[in-house]
Design a protein around this ligand. Structure first.
Ligand SMILES: [Zn+2]
Ligand SMILES: [Zn+2]
Length: 153
C-alpha cells in the first residue's frame, strides 16, 4: 500500500495556477461578450447603418448621425469623423474613444481599431483594455452594437 502525501506548498501552487487560468478564461470570455454579445436571430439583425450614433471629428465637433462603417464628414468643418463611444473601467471611470469598424469572417460588423482619448489608434482583438490598469472594459453608453442588435438598454 502506497500513501501519497502531497506537499501543501505544491498543492497551493496548483490551486493558484488553476485560479489564474480560470481568471484569464473569464477575462477572455468577458471581452468576447462585450462586443459579440449574443448572436441576433437570423433575419432580424440590424446594422450600424440602421442606428443613430455619436460622431466626433478631428477638430472635436460632436454630432449625431446614422452609423457607417467608414468615417464621414463633419457637418460643421468637413473634417473626417469617427464613431464616438465611452468605455468604462471599474477603477478609472469613463474612457472616451473613437472606433472604426470592419467586417469579420462571418460578415458581422465588429470594431477594428479604437483610439482612447488622445492615444494612438490600435487594433482591437478580442477586447479593449483600460490603458491605465489593463482591465477589459465595456462600452458604458452609446454602444452602437447594442442598438444595432436590437437590444436597447
Ligand atoms: Zn468638425
Ligand atoms: Zn483602469
Amino acid at each position: 500500500m502506497v500513501t501519497i502525501v502531497r506537499d501543501p506548498a505544491e498543492r497551493r501552487g496548483a490551486v493558484i495556477t488553476l485560479l489564474a487560468t480560470a481568471g484569464i478564461a473569464v477575462v477572455v470570455l468577458a471581452g468576447w461578450a462585450i462586443w459579440k454579445d449574443e448572436p441576433p436571430p437570423v433575419g432580424v439583425q440590424r446594422t450600424i447603418e440602421d442606428v443613430e450614433v455619436t460622431w466626433r471629428c478631428e477638430n472635436g465637433h460632436e454630432f449625431r448621425a446614422a452609423g457607417s462603417m467608414t468615417p464621414i464628414e463633419c457637418p460643421t468643418c468637413g473634417a473626417p469623423s469617427d464613431v464616438f463611444v465611452h468605455y468604462r473601467c471599474p477603477e478609472h471611470g469613463e474612457l472616451p474613444a473613437l472606433v472604426r469598424f470592419r467586417l469579420d469572417s462571418a460578415g458581422r460588423q465588429v470594431p477594428d481599431q479604437v483610439r482612447l482619448g488622445d492615444r494612438e489608434w490600435w487594433g482591437v482583438t478580442s477586447s479593449v483594455q483600460c490603458p491605465q490598469c489593463g482591465r477589459g472594459v465595456a462600452v458604458a453608453r452609446d454602444d452602437p452594437f447594442t442598438r444595432a442588435h436590437g437590444r436597447d438598454r
